[in-house]
Design a protein around this ligand. Structure first.
Ligand code: SAH
Length: 254
């Protein structure tokens, strides 16, 4: 077992995916780590519903990042993980969805590697999969969508996004962190050939008790977000798989 050589104590960090919010959508492995933890270090995306079920005796440290206001920088979070584990604690680093998808987990793994602290990665159900299930549609569909892409809309430079490559009729696009980029997404996909009435589904707080899902189209994407005052966390699905009437959407904006 790897250990910090300067210390007699040897902690462990489990980097656990919390899933999209429904407390039943965390893995058994993730939940076992939580039940054995001394300390829980968690993000803003971890739902209140899940947090309520976690035994109160486990120490909690919130390191969430919300609306650009970070309670802790990524470097500080890495240092915190190392410091907690060096005290010999069993640490659970709980992240929303799957830590391996837009979860910045590699920076934390690198910090733990450098400090010789053992860790375990536990995947989770990513928001796209959770939202698709709770709205009753499949992310891929024979002949309709032969692939699915998870895209971060949160790039420092919009020109980095390969719009021409994304604007394909037989693909499902899922934009993470896309609310503030809705107008760019709408304009660029139309500019590169997708029709104005191309189906879009917006899902806010997917799988949680107060989930909202809104069916709209590319042309009305931004309008719908404003009309329903959608907030983070929201996913933007684009493609024919969300065009079906069977989709469980509570509201239809278009
Ligand atoms: N690791 C996470 C994603 C982190 S990026 C995962 O695998 O799901 C954060 C973005 O994920 C949010 O801005 C939002 O677009 C999306 N997201 C996370 N949880 C969500 C939820 N319950 N409902 C809708 N979108 C969600």
């Amino acid at each position: 077992m790897l250990c910090n050589k300067q210390s007699d104590l040897c902690g462990h960090v489990a980097l656990v995916g919390a899933g999209p919010g429904d407390p039943e959508l965390i893995t058994r492995k993730g939940w076992s780590f939580i039940l054995q933890a001394d300390v829980l270090i968690y993000d803003a995306l971890v739902s209140d519903e899940l947090l309520e079920e976690i035994p109160s005796g486990i120490e909690r440290i919130y390191v969430g990042k919300l609306k650009g206001r970070h309670s802790m920088s990524q470097e500080q979070i890495c240092r915190l993980l190392v410091n907690q584990a060096r005290q010999g604690k069993k640490v659970v680093r709980l992240k929303g969805g799957d830590p391996l998808i837009f979860g910045r987990v590699s920076e934390e793994m690198q910090a733990l590697d450098q400090a010789n602290i053992p860790y375990t990665l536990v995947p989770g159900i990513t928001a796209a999969a959770g939202c698709a299930a709770s709205c009753n549609f499949s992310l891929t569909e024979r002949k309709v969508a032969t692939s699915v892409r998870f895209i971060t809309a949160h790039l420092s430079d919009d020109t980095e996004t390969p719009w021409a490559d994304l604007a394909r009729p037989n693909e499902t696009l899922v934009f993470y962190m896309g609310l503030s980029k809705a107008s760019v997404i709408s304009l660029e996909l139309q500019r590169h050939g997708l029709p104005a009435d191309w189906p879009v589904l917006l899902v806010e707080k997917g799988t949680q008790k107060d989930q909202r899902s809104i069916r709209t189209n590319l042309a009305n994407l931004e309008l719908s977000i404003n009309q329903y005052k959608l907030e983070s966390p929201t996913l933007i699905f684009v493609g024919q798989v969300v065009g079906s009437q069977q989709i469980d959407a509570i509201m239809r904006a278009a």
